[in-house]
Design a binder for this molecule. Structure first.
Ligand SMILES: [Zn+2]
Length: 243
């Protein structure tokens, strides 16, 4: 039997076949999982089990800054996605899904004048950048958020707003693995606070506390927050569970 790279044709073929099968399985899962319906006992709005869901704790929050969540498709339907909680609360906010197979992202609203990206940057924003009127928020794990920024050219060149974690040792549903890690909802609250929207920031922080407490009572194990740190410096090097 002919040998290829020290293996027989048969072994090579099997290895290649398994790799192809894995790739096909991942593609199928990426397409199928977000389409799974919520379990019937879960609230279609907040995704928490009903009755007793999170909706009663979701405030109406007004802000001069429009928030656009650019959410990784794998976050669809996840109870622990705090960006979803923020989108329910913030009037005028919207959600775009990134990574939906067969559905190109509508980028028309991402790079308008006054759009800023909520993401760490090693550089300060340009002095002549217009004040933030619209905040683009990549939403997912850190690895997903990084990939979103890399793969969407319309947001890569936007001026960036980086924020510091307000409560380093806060309870979180997902344990941040990087210095200064925080959930998407906390990051949005910190950004609005930095932009002078103190009332909106306070309301979102309260929603975060309520949501984490409710999820914890339901059995989702919270993680203690990261040690004090800054998201204004270099982007985190390791994957964290931002959500
Ligand atoms: Zn609900």
């Amino acid at each position: 039997m002919r040998r290829v790279g020290g293996r027989s044709d048969g072994a090579f073929g099997r290895t290649r076949g398994r790799a192809l099968a894995r790739t096909a399985f991942r593609a199928l899962r990426a397409w199928y999982r977000p389409r799974l319906p919520l379990a019937p006992h879960r609230c279609p709005r907040c995704r928490f089990p009903a009755p007793g869901c999170l909706c009663a704790a979701v405030p109406r929050v007004r802000s001069r800054v429009e928030v656009v969540f650019l959410r990784h498709v794998s976050e669809r339907g996840r109870l622990t996605n705090t960006g979803h909680w923020a989108s329910l609360a913030l009037e005028g906010s919207s959600v775009l899904e990134h990574g939906v197979v067969g559905e190109p992202l509508d980028v028309s609203r991402l790079d308008a004048a006054g759009a800023w990206l909520l993401f760490p940057s090693p550089h300060p924003p340009p002095r002549d950048a217009p004040p933030p009127l619209r905040l683009i928020v990549p939403d997912g794990t850190w690895a997903q958020a990084r990939r979103i920024v890399q793969r969407v050219p319309e947001i890569r060149t936007l001026p960036r707003l980086a924020v510091e974690v307000a409560v380093p040792d806060a309870l979180r549903l997902r344990r941040p693995l990087v210095l200064g890690g925080m959930s998407t909802l906390e990051a949005v609250a910190a950004a609005l606070r930095a932009l002078g929207e103190v009332e909106a920031a306070d309301a979102l922080d309260a929603l975060h506390r309520d949501g984490v407490a409710l999820a914890t009572r339901l059995g989702g194990g919270p993680g203690r927050g990261s040690p004090p740190g800054s998201r204004t410096g270099a982007p985190p090097a390791r994957r964290s569970a931002r959500g």
